[in-house]
Design a protein around this ligand. Structure first.
Ligand code: AMP
Ligand code: ZN
Length: 465
């Protein structure tokens, strides 16, 4: 097996080879939410794509160490705490809590670390890094007291986004509110305190102020993962200037290539339009749960479109996700009722192999789900025709369970208790032996446990009640 990924840096699909000499450990950094509000489904599209990437690399044997930052100081968080008249930390805490609860709702695997920008050790690291950049003359303090990165000093600046640096140095008058900068493209490393910031500031060699967003990520990524990352992800909006700035800052300090593979997901649109509060098409996870969609259904809808294609999110799309999951649930239940107890000794099924090979190819999820539903159709047909053995059904089930370590599509709760399943299997055996009396007795036992059993042409079907 070999995983291939589209690298934004080269604009091509490349064979994935981690930096680790043994080829096992993978360092992955993912830009996280700015905690000034509930994260929206566009943010979660990015986090679900990163979840798919991590889980696929793991099933392929890599040991993924993932970090996701929390941006808990910036203009929006400061404006929010001022509006609510609460300290910054209290204001952001509620959205951090909501974010973690939404991750669980969507079954997103937790990263190894969730550093927050305002943690003292990271603020200290940011100040150290800016001091180092200033000593290299790559950073300068402007008249307003803020410190900027001099992009003209970093020749690679613009390479990730494939921008020509000259385009960032327009001639003539520059209209910019940050008029103190030498060049319009220079970005802030440290923002000098202004009265609107209230009590949000840190002391620094440049006076009171706060870090810029880009240096936050460089400091947290390199503190936790070291000077070099295998993979860095985000949405396409992060490519420029955010990731470009991260490369510039980090590489000036470490002298090493910051990230080997850059992966970015396309944006999520709603009903074909940009998601915005004014259009009334702005959804948080909570909004969708209130409309009675489950986290699993939202996960399916966000996961099922290839990450580099724009995702057009609609409520009918969520209904389609519901139907697809119902189909998988019915299939899983049917297999469970028919499968033998003994672990299958038949090896991996070709369908599972096809599924994983599709994901190897730049996370081709549409191809992978296509294989999954072909498998559902074929095995249902084989069950109808009586040509699938209980051992084969057990293998299909085991393989589906293993794919669920990536998909996380299993029903909310184990739908049928093991005790009931055992009785159904005993009853199937009694029916095969034409022992109708025992079969009726077992059906009554099943009913006493709260389940109704019907014999259909698809096999025994259980319903609650
Ligand atoms: P933010 O909180 O705006 O910094 O965004 C957090 C993450 O969500 C970043 O990786 C963004 O690129 C991503 N993101 C924001 N909006 C969207 C969207 N509409 N579709 C996909 N990803 C998005
Ligand atoms: Zn970032």
């Amino acid at each position: 097996m070999s995983v291939r990924l589209f690298n934004t840096a080269s604009r091509s699909i490349e064979l994935f080879e981690p930096l680790d000499a043994e080829g096992r450990s993978v360092k992955m950094y993912t830009c996280g939410p700015t905690v000034y509000n509930f994260a929206h489904i566009g943010n979660f599209r990015a986090y679900i794509f990163e979840d798919l990437l991590q889980r696929h690399l793991e099933i392929r044997g890599y040991d993924v160490q993932r970090v996701m930052n929390l941006t808990d100081v910036d203009d929006k968080t400061i404006a929010g705490c001022k509006r609510c008249q609460v300290p910054l930390a209290d204001f952001t805490q509620q959205f951090k809590d909501a974010f973690f609860s939404d991750l669980d709702t969507l079954r997103i695997k937790r990263a190894a670390h969730y550093p927050a920008a305002t943690e003292p050790k990271y603020i200290e690291r940011m100040i150290e890094m800016i001091t180092e950049l200033q000593s290299q003359d790559v950073a300068y303090q402007a008249e307003d007291g803020s410190v900027y990165f001099r992009i003209a000093r970093f020749t690679k600046y613009g390479q990730l986004a494939h921008l020509n640096l000259d385009e960032l140095r327009p001639s003539g008058r520059i209209q910019s509110d940050e008029y103190e900068k030498e060049s319009v493209g220079d970005f802030a490393l440290w923002k000098a305190w202004v009265p609107d910031d209230g009590d949000v500031f840190w002391e620094s060699p440049w006076g009171r102020g706060r870090p810029g967003w880009h240096i936050e990520c460089s400091a947290m990524a390199t503190s936790l993962l070291g000077p070099q990352l295998d993979i860095h992800c985000g949405g396409v909006d992060n490519i420029f200037p955010h990731h470009e700035a991260e490369i510039a800052q980090s590489e000036c300090i470490t002298g090493k290539q910051f990230t080997k593979y850059w992966l970015h997901c396309a944006h999520l649109m709603v009903d074909g339009q940009k998601m915005s509060k004014s259009l009334g098409n702005f959804y948080s996870i909570r909004d969708l749960l209130e409309r009675n969609y489950s986290g699993r259904e939202i996960r399916y809808a966000l996961l099922s479109v290839h990450y580099r294609l724009p995702l057009n999110f609609t409520l009918p799309g969520l209904d389609a996700a519901r139907s697809a999951l119902e189909r998988l649930d019915a299939w899983g239940e049917r297999l469970r009722l028919f499968a033998s107890d003994t672990p299958p000794a038949l090896g991996e099924s070709p369908a599972k192999k096809r599924f994983l090979e599709a994901l190897d190819e730049d996370l081709n999820i549409s191809g992978a789900l296509g294989h999954l539903f072909d498998w559902v159709r074929e095995s249902n047909r084989a069950l109808d025709a009586g040509s699938l053995t209980p051992a084969e059904a057990a293998r299909v089930l085991a393989d589906f369970t293993s794919l669920n370590s990536i998909l996380e599509f299993e029903p909310e709760a184990a739908s049928v208790p093991a005790e009931v399943l055992a009785l159904v299997q005993q009853r199937e055996a009694a029916r095969s032996a034409r022992d109708w009396a025992l079969s009726d007795e077992l059906r009554a036992d099943i009913a006493r446990l709260g389940w109704q059993l019907k014999d259909t042409k698809l096999g025994p079907q259980l319903t609650r009640g």
